[in-house]
Design a protein around this ligand. Sequence first.
Ligand code: ZN
Length: 467
Amino acid sequence: MTEQVSNWPPTYDDAYLPPADARYWFPEIETMAPTSREIIIFEKLRGQTAWAYERSPFYQRTWDAAGFHPSQLHALDDLHRIPVITKEDLRQDLLDNPPFGSNVCDDWADIERIHGSSGTTGIPTVLTISRDDWKRIGNAHARVMWAAGIRPTDMVFMAAPFSLYMGGWGALVGAERIRARCFPFGAGSPGQTRMAVRWIQAAHPTVFYGTPSFALYLAETAREDGVDPRNLGFRVLFFSGEPGASIPGTRRVLEETYGASVVDMGSTGEMSPWMSNGGCSESAGMHLWQDIVYTELLDPATHAVVPNGSEGVPVYTHLERTSQPLIRFWSGDLSRWTDDPCPCGRTYPRLPMGIYGRVDDMVTVRGENVYPSAVENVVRGSVGLTGEFRVVITRERAMDELTVLAEYADPGAAGPALEAIRAGLQAELNTTLGIRANVQMKAPGELERTQFKARRVIDERNLYGSA
Ligand SMILES: [Zn+2]
């Protein structure tokens, strides 16, 4: 038997490995009818909520205040009785109960790791993970990475910062569990990208992990050194931290640049195993591995589950975390879901466009919602450009102006040829975004490259004291 849920929390056989030619890690659960899987999910949910209520002052307070008790769960549909929690709730709990908050449900002696969110805004979120949770995260990630086509014969090159950021660590434990060769190279130090090209040429890794921005920067650096990125020898590229791998234009550029298959992954560090949103090698977007972390897509205003095909906010529920479980965690991201069948045969629902935005990344310009990922898709899909860009929003006489700065690819481009590239991009953006955008061309290499998560939107409206 591959997975036992009669006891909570589940334990996994750490000696288990499918045959290398097997398509699935756990064939039964990955391909079963969703309604049958819901029975397993519900059993796990009962175990998870009972544990959290017993061990976590955070949930005792929150659920008591909302009039919820785990005994009220009689079917998976009862999930809606549980109040949604937000990142703000977690931050407040950390402030009130420093330094680790009141949701560390395991005995302190069982905590193996302290991690954190990248903490770009506000106080960082502190993550504690127990020894057994870490093993379960490794097992979950191995299962999803297997679906991405990663096998024990591979070597996985991890170009992500090994610091507070959770991404690289989660990829590492999954690759270790698959028994692949792991190369936790890191990213972000001066000169490290050039060094990465040399190490990749020397060591011949077959799998790349990092952010899409960094993979494109690595390719540029390789070309500067006279190396065709296709000759770096990657078979699979898998990504998290940015939406790029599910943005069609960016995905195509990544596939063509490296001649490799591109797989998108990732919910958010707090939700580790964050690969519970994880793509397979046979279609774009990501599967929702519902028996690892249960995900709902909710209407941002009413909190009702949105229908198949619609846009909503992913709300995540741990099903096998004993340390710091998050139950109905409001991600603030935006996505669209479908239960259309996937050629891979897995019966998990999918996010065919990945996580394409955050409610707070979205900028409203003259009343229209603009997603940076939509701009990226147009820029990456246009000819004559390097693909690097910025979105600058200003306000002039109470009127929002959206300007896209984009680099042309040919250093010799000038005159009417350059104007044709500019005008072509502007026309395409106007059609896609539904508002007038200005386009300014920048010389190749003029915009700063990122070694981690890209920040490509510059909103200057606040400088003018606008609301
Ligand atoms: Zn699939």
